[in-house]
Design a protein around this ligand. Structure first.
Ligand code: NAI
Length: 470
């Protein structure tokens, strides 16, 4: 098999964009073209001003600056890029199905199938197809069937190469990955294709971190990794409520159990709930797969992780309403943070959306500040819920670019994202300008409890019992 000289990636989103940028940076001898149907996204990737890249990730702009125009290209010419490529990554979105069989649980594979059909139509020579999107087990088989039955007699090898980067640390995660997983067929051609992809990653990662497995293990491992991570968050969140009513402190419990090397310290921080485009979708997908295979106990076990997460978001919103004397109607509530986590502008499935939904249903006015999320995005997130009157959204939501303005004359402040800057604010000044009693609901455990209490705030912090608000 010839050496890979030309890569194409279909989908220039949160995964495709950063992943291809790093692959191009580390493999200057390979031409990498990232294509997308979304013209606005591609033109933002090509913007001379690197502040306008469509995705905010620490370190991304520097990588793009180094590689773009040298061997990294962003384009809407999907057919042309497919035609030229020796290896094609598919990195399109795989949202939860919103219709038909498996609605609300199964992954919607229509975008993947469209890609496969487009490749089959355009390709004139042999290609390696790499599943980068997170896919249900056995998707490679479906891809194979489409490619072989509708193609031009071209030979394809299909690899699974799920992405483990976390938003907010994507560049660091890619440049120093714990492991790269590559699944392929156990045939001579399959092993050769896997080796080609191993070589690309080996240009910057130690070989022992690059694992090769069969395709199904690789596809399933991605779903399982996300399910395990999310399960830790739901587990500690379940304990947070227990701490509030017993006098324990969840951060002390986390530290104590996390020092056990069998448990480990990561993903043990209590919060208002996990968000992001992946955890919920991938667990639901796992639940759907287990249940369609008749493994109902397995499905129920994992579904509980989602139910706990929903409960935590609702519990936080209910705590705000209850504390504010059972009514937030026409009161100003300030939200610090809208992104689903710090250091990203991604808001998909952010806990803030669901807390806002509940408070808007109670007719609160919400003033929002997030360092990286734009107003249009916030409005779209709320409109997309489909449960709120669009007029009420416009009337009751204000988005401001100054955090002190968001909190001025507010009855309560709620911390929804753990951006570092929030802890460093002049809380004395915030207190001075707020309505009294001045309530703060820390959904991320980032504020200095003692200091805020000393200033005079009535504080609630998830998982803590030593606060004024219980
Ligand atoms: P995204 O929605 O940011 O990007 C997907 C892009 O694909 C969009 O820009 C869309 O316009 C484009 N697209 C869809 N169909 C297309 C087609 N036929 N031709 C050309 N472009 C097309 O999604 P994101 O977050 O990058 O996720 C992609 C996949 O990676 C998903 O399966 C996700 O589960 C997985 N993943 C995501 C991670 C994350 O942190 N966001 C981490 C690991 C995996």
């Amino acid at each position: 098999m010839k050496n890979i000289k030309n890569i194409c990636c279909i989908g220039a989103g949160y995964v495709g964009g950063p992943t291809m940028s790093v692959i191009a940076q580390k493999n200057p001898h390979i031409q990498v073209t990232c294509v997308d149907l979304n013209e606005a996204r591609i033109s933002a990737w090509n913007d001379d001003n690197l502040d306008n890249l469509p995705i905010y990730e620490p370190g991304l702009a520097e990588v793009v600056k180094e590689a773009r125009g040298r061997n990294l290209f962003f384009s809407t010419e999907v057919d042309e890029a497919i035609d030229k490529a020796d290896m094609i990554f598919i990195s399109v979105n795989t949202p939860t199905k919103t219709y038909g069989e498996g609605k609300g649980k199964a992954a919607d594979l229509k975008y993947i199938e469209l890609c496969a059909r487009q490749i089959a139509r355009v390709a004139k020579d042999d290609k390696i197809i790499v599943e980068k999107s997170t896919l249900p087990v056995k998707t490679a088989e479906a891809l194979k069937s489409i490619l072989h039955n509708t193609g031009n007699g071209v030979s394809y090898q299909i690899l699974s190469n799920p992405e483990f980067l976390a938003e907010g640390t994507a560049i660091q995660d890619l440049q120093n990955a714990d492991r790269v997983l590559i699944g392929g067929d156990d045939t001579e051609e399959g092993r050769e294709a896997m080796q080609q992809l191993v070589n690309i990653y080996a240009s910057w990662l130690p070989k022992e971190r690059i694992l090769t497995t069969n395709v199904w293990s690789s596809e399933l491992s991605k779903l399982v990794a996300n399910a395990f991570l999310a399960q830790r968050v739901s587990s500690i969140n379940a304990i947070s409520e227990l701490c509030e009513v017993t006098g324990a402190d969840v951060s002390e419990v986390s530290r104590s159990i996390g020092m056990d090397s069998r448990i480990g310290s990561k993903f043990l921080k209590a919060s208002v709930g996990f968000g992001g485009s992946c955890f919920q979708k991938d667990i639901l997908n796992l639940v759907y797969i287990a249940s369609s295979l008749g493994l109902q106990e397995v499905a129920d076990y994992w579904e509980q992780v989602i139910l706990m997460n929903d409960y935590q978001k609702h519990r936080f919103a209910r705590k705000i309403v209850k504390t504010l004397y059972n009514t937030v109607a026409d009161k100003k509530i300030a939200f610090l943070g809208w992104a689903f986590k710090k250091d990203t502008n991604d808001t998909r499935e952010s806990a803030a959306i669901y807390v806002a939904e509940k408070l808007l249903q109670e007719q609160a006015n919400i003033s929002i500040y997030d360092p990286k999320v734009k107003k249009e995005q916030i409005i779209t997130d709320l409109e997309n819920l489909g449960t709120l009157d669009p007029e009420a959204i416009h009337k009751r939501i204000t988005v401001v670019s100054n955090p002190y303005e968001a909190m001025k004359e507010a009855h309560a402040v709620a911390i929804l994202t753990e951006w570092d800057e929030f802890a460093a604010y002049d809380w004395q000044k915030v207190y001075h300008n707020m309505m009294k009693p001045a309530f703060v609901f820390d959904g991320r455990g980032i504020l200095d409890l003692k200091n805020l209490t000393k200033i005079g705030f009535q504080l609630f912090s998830l998982g803590k019992s030593n606060t004024a608000v219980k």
